[in-house]
Design a protein around this ligand. Sequence first.
Ligand SMILES: [Zn+2]
Ligand SMILES: [Zn+2]
Length: 367
Amino acid sequence: MAKDYYKILGLSKSASQDEIKSAYHKLAHKHHPDKAGGEEAKFKEINEAYSVLSDPDKRKRYDSFGAAFSSGNARGFNSASWNFEDFPFTANGNAADFGDFGDIFEEFFGFGQPKKKTTTGRGKDIVVDAEISLEEAYSGINKHLILNKYAPCERCNGKGMEPGSSLSTCKTCQGRGGLERVEQTFFGTFTRLTNCPNCHGRGEVPEKVCTTCRGEGRIKRSIKIDVQIPAGVDDGETLKVQGSGETGKYGLQSGDLFLNIHVKPHALFQRKGNDLWIKAEISFPQAVFGAKIDVPMINGEIKLNVPSGTGGGKVFRISGRGMPYGYGRSRNNAAAKGDAYVVISIKIPHSISKKTQKLLEELEGEL
Ligand SMILES: [Zn+2]
Ligand SMILES: [Zn+2]
């Protein structure tokens, strides 16, 4: 893919940086895909050429290696991934040319798609911490949270108008909710859709504004929220409850609620991924003769068959008795479970009776 970047910009090899810049500006202006007669492919090509020639290092390499450089080293531009980083403006920072930088980038990457209405006024996100036990993490739990937050106004049901009055079509935007704003930018004239400031994007305004919320449709109050924490949730996970953050102004989008999960350490079990590890002690005779011992699992006890001659540190895997995963999260609601691991240790008595001491001494002679 040998491209002649000079030819693309209509320049000679000796072009100065100023000439490169001015040629680029002229061509980018002409071929911007949002303009009538604009052409996306051509526009990309121009940007590719400019990103190389405007950078003295890249230009030098391009001049020396030509095609090899263009097919190998020009990051991003040779593949479909035409990414932000490679965009020449970010590197050169000519923000002054473009007015609102962020908006311009949206225009670039949207390539002619109608712009969504702005979300100014969206309710804030709320982040809370929730501490649960391992048992609760195992079974899943419904947590009731009391949050003091912006919630829909009860007097007007969030509509912003006095009960009994009605909504009428906004005169400013004729009910469309958005206003078209014509903007002059470097690349030409664009029409952008913004929220109507009179009706805040709703297209309707209350004839009489609600006296409780002054028309915002929301007030700060204590509100109870039920959050279903799914079975298998792990310490450090964050759950997102969409739309349960603060209610937006004037019926605009609500924020989200984020729940940081903390699972308390457990006295018996140690969690490793979806598996649970537990220690079980046996006596020396049990280790020698073998035994059936009771071992607690997170959901009830099991009888574990310890074979004769089991030493300390031996691990038994109890299949399917670990933490659930996938439950409530996968489409088929199937719960898979990790395993439990029982680690055996041998009880060493700290103080022993005279009789035990004698027996042990005899035993030592035997072994
Ligand atoms: Zn309006
Ligand atoms: Zn109200």
